[in-house]
Design a protein around this ligand. Structure first.
Ligand SMILES: CC(C)(COP(=O)(O)OP(=O)(O)OC[C@H]1O[C@@H](n2cnc3c(N)ncnc32)[C@H](O)[C@@H]1OP(=O)(O)O)[C@@H](O)C(=O)NCCC(=O)NCCS
Length: 142
């Protein structure tokens, strides 16, 4: 299995994975720009490829806090159902961690819903610890 950074050619595969994960639609182009170190925020999408098939994805956003402290944020992790439990999510997270280390990121954050037991087990195994729990509130108009 290979982990690589997504390019514009991967847009359709990324949209399909987003759909599989129930993630909201967005403009992919923003995430596939060349890395510009002068930018405050760096965004990249990593793909897991097995036998030429894109089977998993994770997204990493690196932002700068205060003067120079960099914090990473992980989101939209998804592995196709028939490829789960083979270490693909672990490999994707490990790759984001090595990118963070190279980029002198001091911590990596993520959010996960409380009933997503498989994702929580995975994150705990990878060394993530719960900082606090949030309550998501919404006032619905329509
Ligand atoms: C969560 C998810 C990404 C895990 O992907 P995966 O490739 O199957 O995970 P891995 O094979 O790398 O698992 C690594 C570790 O995670 C944990 N884990 C993964 N799936 C698990 C499950 N169904 N139940 C319990 N623990 C699980 C285990 O600790 C596992 O380690 P082990 O193999 O030594 O037991 C995958 O189930 C998925 O795509 N779910 C739907 C999307 C989603 O919930 N994304 C997260 C949004 S926050």
């Amino acid at each position: 299995m290979e982990i690589r950074i997504a390019t514009e050619k991967d847009t359709n595969a990324i949209l399909q994975l987003d759909d599989e994960g129930g993630f909201k639609e967005r403009l992919i182009k923003k995430y596939i720009c060349p890395i510009d170190p002068s930018k405050v925020e760096r965004k990249l999408i990593l793909l897991a490829v097995e036998d030429l098939e894109i089977v998993g994805k994770i997204e990493l956003i690196i932002g700068t806090r205060g003067d120079s402290e960099k914090i990473g944020y992980l989101r939209r992790l998804i592995v196709l159902p028939n490829h789960r439990k083979k270490g693909i999510a672990r490999a994707l997270i490990e790759k984001t961690m090595s990118i963070c280390k190279e980029d002198r990121v001091i911590a990596l954050d993520l959010h996960v819903v409380e009933d997503n037991e498989s994702a929580i087990a995975l994150y705990k195994k990878m060394g993530f610890r719960i900082r606090h729990k949030e309550i998501h509130m919404r006032k619905q108009f329509h």
